[in-house]
Every structure is written in C-alpha cells, then in structure tokens.
Design a binder for this molecule. Sequence first.
Ligand code: NAD
Ligand code: WQD
Length: 345
Amino acid sequence: MNILLTGGAGYIGTHTIVELFKAGHSVVVVDNFVNSHPEALKRVESIAGRQVPFVQADIRNREALEKLFSNYAIDAVINFAGLKAVGESVEKPLEYYENNMNGLFVLVDVMRKNNCKNIIFSSSATVYGDPAIIPITEDCPKGQCTNPYGWTKSMLEQVLMDIQKADHSWNVVLLRYFNPIGAHESGLIGENPNGIPNNLMPYITQTAIGIRKELGVFGNDYDTPDGTGVRDYIHVVDLARGHVAALKAIEQNKGLAIYNLGTGHGYSVLDVVKAFEKVNNMKVPYVIKPRRAGDIATCYCNPSKAKEELGWEAIYGIDEMCRDSWKFQKNNPNGYETETNSKQL
Ligand code: NAD
Ligand code: WQD
C-alpha cells in the first residue's frame, strides 16, 4: 500500500517508516517540523537505503493537503501529527485543541473528498483515565483525562467513530499506545525532546549523559510494589511494527477497530532505573520528589486483542528498551542538531 504518514518526521513516525519499508509498503510523509527535525528523515533514508517522499506542510493547511492528494495516490493514512506535551497542553489548551482537532478535521475532510477512507489514528492509554480494570482491555470504559492533550485524543477517537458510524465505507483503526521508549538499534533515530523532558526515559538518558543532574522520581507512596508509578513501556520499534500489523484491519475492511499496543508488563519507575543501570553499566542518580499532578499509580494493558486479530505482539523487553534509548542518546548528545545541519537550517 501507499501510506501517508502525517507527523512522520517525529519519534514514532520515523520508526514506522522504516518498518513500513521493510514490509514492502511505500510512503509519503507530511510534517511541519513543529516538533521534529529534517535530519530525522535523512537518517531514515540512510537506514532504509532509499528516499522518503516528503512534503513540508501543516496538516491544517487544506490547500497543501489537497495538492498532496492530487500528486500522490494514497491508500491509507497514519495520523501521527499532533502536539503531545502534557504539561504544555495545560498551559496552552487552545493551541493544543486547535492543532490536534483542526488538523484531524481538515485531514479527514480532504481524505473523504479524495475517496481515501482508511485511517490509523495515534491514540493513547491516557483515554482510559484512571483505569477501571487492570490489565486494561479495549472494552475498559474510557475515563476522565487530566489534561487537554488527553482530551484531544479522547474526543478525536469519538469524532472518528462517529464518521465511521455514519459512513461504513471508512476503516478507522484507533491504536492506544502505552508508554513508547527505546530507539532504532542503529542509534540513528530516537526520541529527541525539546527542552526539559516530561517523560521518564528521556529524563533518565539525559541524566546519564550529564545534561541533567539527577532524576526526580515523582512519588514513592503509590499502592504499587515499590511505591513508584507502574507503566507498560513498549519499544518504539514494536510500536512501529504494530502500525504495519494494523494495516491488516484495513485490508480486512474491519470498519472500526480499537487496539491496545503495549507489552502487558508493568514496570515501576525504580524498575526502569535499575534495568537501565544494569544493561548500560552505569549509575543514574535520583531523588524522590512529590507526586506529579495528574499521575495515576498503575497503567498496563492486556494486549491479546492485537495478537489474536492482527498477529502482532511486542518482541522486545525492558533491557532492549534501555539499551537502545541509551545508544541513541550517547550517539546524539545534542539530538538531531549537529554543527553541519544547524548551519544548513
Ligand atoms: P512527535 O512530536 O515526535 O511527532 C509528531 C509529529 O507531528 C512531529 O514531527 C511534529 O512536527 C508533527 N506535527 C505536529 N502538528 C502538526 C501539524 N499541524 N501539521 C504537520 N505536522 C505536525 O510525537 P510522537 O511521540 O512521534 O507521537 C506521534 C503521535 O502519537 C502523536 O499524535 C502523539 O500524541 C501520539 N502518542 C504519543 C505517545 C508518546 O508517548 N510518544 C503516546 C501516545 C500517543
Ligand atoms: C512514567 C512514570 C511518572 C518523569 C505520558 C502521557 C501519556 C503518553 C505517554 C502521550 C510515571 C514517572 C516521569 C520523571 C518520574 N503520552 N516519572 N520522573 O505519565 O505514563 O504518560 O506519556 O500520549 O499521555 O501522560 O509517562 O514517561 O511521563 O511517566 O518519576 O522525570 O515515570 O510519575 O510514573 P506517563 P511518563
């Protein structure tokens, strides 16, 4: 298939391009680089040994999208494009609602006009709120989100479900990602956050390399085995493979399909720190801090639906996640910014 990846220059998008190529698909990428760097696509090209067709545009720009659809025959779209920083979404709710919601509205409208009615949407475990069931299955009721970012995911899921309900010729696949970490084994592509990282793994790798003094562990009084928060970390390459597998739901004309993409294992913050220290043979200094507002104690999924219906399951464990996150950080201490490419920009 020929797949359009919106936001394809980002963390999950770049890894997904590599896996789509491996599986024999072709791609087109649209991105406005609001949270990514052109160098990331060059790195994908060197891993894949081929060019990545690319259009630099904002998906809210209808004209640009219409031109893209008239220049390329697109079979399906994976919509990664969106702003994703939880804390920033609390500070700038309008910008988050505007970008994430309008982006999808314009995209879906242009898709419909071009009779491309297959979409895979990047959703999140955050839609479960404080989950009613652990491990979380897809029929676990959705919950209250604690920030505007989470609400954009929850509401956009609803928008896509309503579109599919009104017109059964749509195939809508909602992928609820758990906690993606890790990087491609080449060390060429990985997570490249702007400023102070919000998420655990980039904070650990930046502490390990000396950019941050110590990791703050947000709370050790949760009702979990060691008191720190438990999450379902998933290697980004497994997540990328999950998108290739999700194309099966489109090929089979499933209509609406919802899948959790996680490993089904819960690791605490201290489990991750210990695994990172062991695998990479280094120390990660940390201090216990108060709980972070909006955090929950435990969140991990039951991923068996994706295994049964798509034949997908995660193959990497926490050790590979820690090894590959560190490899990317170590090889790219300043992310994608290098002396050569920063002069080019
Ligand atoms: P990312 O920020 O690395 O990638 C998103 C990409 O979208 C970036 O390259 C950015 O420049 C682009 N973008 C944003 N708004 C755009 C717009 N209006 N037009 C064109 N491009 C735009 O994030 P990621 O971690 O790769 O996440 C991809 C998707 O998965 C996002 O929708 C995110 O919300 C979702 N998600 C991520 C996680 C996670 O922990 N990383 C978890 C669950 C869901
Ligand atoms: C993991 C654990 C923290 C940082 C977020 C979004 C979610 C999804 C994935 C996009 C928690 C603890 C963290 C630190 C810490 N993103 N922690 N010190 O909160 O599970 O999920 O990213 O969709 O929507 O909410 O991930 O990596 O921020 O935190 O102790 O410096 O690590 O308290 O227990 P989270 P995270």
